[in-house]
Design a binder for this molecule. Structure first.
Ligand code: FE2
Length: 274
């Protein structure tokens, strides 16, 4: 994608690292509304399901806004009445920044390995159809379940482990990420699914003020990882990528990730969340 963030309104808080970690939220004070939401599993991947709170046109579905007719950019999401009715706190939290909201949904992620996470690293397509001169779309991740051993893996360069930051995800962790810039995926070593509220926001004065109010910081110490786990993960991800490239080559497709020719069981949209 040939988009240049310089053609959009961006926030200085994201300039250095591409992410901001906010004050933690006291998640324990809230009811577990995500347990009452309706989840849809339209995706081909068996590892995730999503409960839409705001979708392109208010339907119970999670497709990218650009895949609808008429197509739209990831702004002006329409609330999904059935899920909004059972999750007023989640909706209120999503609305608190006051910035324009696009996709808003709760993800359910099943446990996985670090190597699978590295294989799943991807960048989002948040700004497709976004008019130049308007706000760059970034995405907020509010962790709902208490997953202290789980980390959001971020990389500036997918293939360079030295660019990796791991954000630990205990309950109430709040991060906002330029997911079109940073490669990202979540490593969830657990025996239970993880739930997280994910919201697309338009960059602008409202989001800027919210980040300031919540004491956003642009760099945090990475959660520790064992060197052997890291090496094993890199090896697994590399072997999975080789196998996938071979499968695509056998079909005569260009194996370049995200080029739209993916037909070997995975599409960009499969990996469009974290
Ligand atoms: Fe994503």
């Amino acid at each position: 994608m040939a988009m240049n963030p310089a053609d959009y309104v961006t926030l200085p808080a994201f300039q250095e690292t591409g992410y901001v970690v906010l004050d933690a939220y006291d998640q324990a004070q809230d009811p577990r509304e995500w347990e009452d939401l309706t989840f849809v599993d339209w995706k081909s991947s068996g590892d995730t399901r999503f409960a839409p709170l705001a979708s392109a046109y208010g339907d119970m579905e999670c497709n990218g806004f650009w895949n609808h007719t008429p197509a739209k950019t990831d702004k002006d999401g329409v609330w999904v009445p059935e899920n909004v009715a059972v999750a007023p706190r989640l909706v209120a939290r999503a609305q608190e920044p006051g910035a324009n909201i696009g996709r808003c949904r709760v993800i359910e992620l099943q446990p996985n390995s670090y190597g699978e996470t590295l294989y799943n690293l991807h960048r989002d397509d948040n700004n497709r159809l976004n008019p130049e001169g308007t706000g760059w779309i970034v995405r907020a991740f509010f962790n709902l379940t208490d997953d202290p051993d789980t980390v959001m893996v971020l990389r500036e360069d997918r293939d360079d482990p030295s660019t990796e930051t791991r954000i630990a995800l205990p309950a109430g962790t709040q991060a906002i990420i330029d997911t079109q810039r940073l490669w990202h995926a979540v490593w969830h070593p657990s025996d239970k699914p993880r739930y997280c509220l994910i919201t697309s926001y338009e960059s602008g004065p409202e989001l800027d003020a919210y980040i300031t109010t919540k004491n956003g910081v642009s760099r945090i110490p990475s959660a520790p990882i064992d060197a052997a786990v890291l090496a094993e993960g890199e090896a697994l991800a590399a072997s999975k990528r080789e196998a996938r490239a071979a499968a695509l080559a056998a079909q005569g497709a260009d194996p370049t990730f995200g080029d739209g020719s993916l037909s070997a069981g995975a599409s960009m949209e499969t990996y469009s969340e974290a």
